[in-house]
Design a protein around this ligand. Sequence first.
Ligand code: 9D3
Length: 231
Amino acid sequence: MRFHVVTIFPEFFSGPFAHGVVARAQANGVLDIRIHDLRNWTYDRHRTVDDRPFGGGEGMLLKPEPLFEAVEAVLPVRSEAQKVVLLSAQGEPFSQTVAREFSALEDLLLICGRYEGVDERVAEHLADRELSIGDFVLSGGELAAAVVIDAVARLLPGVLGNEDSARNESFGESYDGLLDCPQYTRPAEFRGWKVPDVLLGGHHEEIKRWRRAASREKTKRVRPDLTADRT
Ligand code: 9D3
């Protein structure tokens, strides 16, 4: 799979993908991350990518022309397997479901917003989707792009060492929408805090039951929204 990132901070991306799972996958040719400097599609002396909002107001917006030219240069003909995403605080929520959907694509192009926003014609007529990674304010889309790439990359066959994508569904990936259960390693007692006895016993059925219950309890406590329609 190919990822493309259109950004005014191309140097940002030398950090996040230089290590770990994504770096190894890139070295193995399983995925390819191409960073594109938006200013390559500007033609004035100052390589201008932003301008003031019509109607007045604070701050500057990314102007449409360089963004349209960049996307049209990187993906000149767009197939069903090629998607363009605008990352912005005003987007629909990114989720594991969206990550799974993206993992079936050939190309995913991520546009990073900056300044106070992006001319709305980019969301309306250039991007297939406008996505946010959560209800908090970032200073731009670059960190969001790194988050999306990481979440999608680890679902690709050959990235985590799990060749068969089916393993993602059943092994290690949450019990039907609940949070992972609490886990412990040695020592069995640390500063007086004991590991639950059931986990030391080796009764696999009992352990399974405990984990399931602990998973439900923790989810209810920290993420009641995830248990809203179960009991
Ligand atoms: C504080 C500025 N806001 C009111 C004028 C609007 C605003 C503009 C630009 C808020 C954030 C940003 C930059 N953020 C992103 O580009 C962004 C983002 C985010 O802020 N939160 C969650 N997901 C994302 S994806 C891109």
